[in-house]
Design a protein around this ligand. Structure first.
Ligand SMILES: [Zn+2]
Length: 263
């Protein structure tokens, strides 16, 4: 008898899930809508207007703090593209797999409004938006800084040289950690799991484990050297030796000790 009740309950949940999914598909915005605020232009479809309003409000609420934290220079209006499904996101960006967002230069980013209807374990899409916005801020600063060394009047030549410099010098662990930190993407279980793998910063440049542990790198950095060190590290294109006056291995050692103590 107990088994039967459980089966009915599970079937009930499945029916409600698919029914809600169908209703949602019919009631979300079908055509692309635009929502403008002071610093962002949000283009969206496949989500509700109220979702877009939440995105816009949350981005505006984080705008000044993140730009102050990282010492951003003058920033143009930012175009935000939100998709209701991974398929639509992939079609627009060319990115596949479990990627949920991407920045395209300092003034544009795209992301999926993840929820239980389109993801197995959905991320918080408001945090994804802040994460991608933080990539835009980093790029804006790096481009401004690169103008000191890449001297050319030609925009295309500059872009090409900047892409090369960015790819060769700016480490992925830093690029991701700063965005993860500003978006507050951390949970101690994932930190503990990745901590056990003993990955170096160099290894984290090529591993998705950075998404589990990146928060703690910036947490350690700002606790030990103060928050003004962050813009300095960005402006140096992630040069630890020049910015902190220690070897990267020493930095890693300190960070691992910090992890042992706090997680
Ligand atoms: Zn990222």
């Amino acid at each position: 008898m107990k088994k039967k009740k459980l089966l009915v309950l599970i079937l009930g949940i499945i029916v409600v899930f698919f029914f809600s999914k169908i209703i949602r598909n019919f009631t979300v915005e079908q055509e692309i809508q635009i929502l403008k605020s002071e610093h962002f232009v949000v283009s969206y479809s496949g989500i509700y207007k109220s979702d877009a309003e939440k995105i816009s409000k949350n981005l505006e609420n984080n705008y000044a703090k993140i730009r102050t934290d990282l010492k951003d220079v003058k920033h143009e209006l930012i175009k935000v593209y939100v998709y209701g499904s991974h398929q639509k996101f992939s079609l627009a960006t060319g990115l596949n797999g479990n990627v949920n967002g991407t920045s395209r230069g300092p003034n544009e980013f795209h992301f999926v409004w993840t929820n239980w209807f389109n993801s197995v374990f959905p991320d918080d899409p408001l945090k994804t938006a802040v994460h991608e916005f933080t990539h835009c801020v980093q790029l804006n600063i790096l481009i401004d800084k690169a103008k000191e060394t890449i001297i050319t009047q030609d925009r295309l030549t500059f872009d090409k040289k900047f892409d090369k410099k960015f790819g060769a010098e700016y480490p992925r662990w830093l690029w991701e950690s700063i965005s993860i930190f500003e978006a507050g993407e951390v949970n101690s279980l994932s930190v503990k799991y990745t901590k056990g793998k003993n990955l170096t910063l160099e290894e984290l440049n090529h591993s998705n484990q950075i998404y589990n542990i990146g928060y703690t790198i910036i947490e350690y950095l700002t606790k030990k050297w103060g928050k003004d060190i962050l813009p300095k590290l960005i402006a140096s294109f992630g040069n630890i030796e020049k910015t902190l006056n220690i070897k990267p291995e020493e930095f890693e050692k300190g960070w691992i000790a910090f992890l042992e103590e706090n997680y």
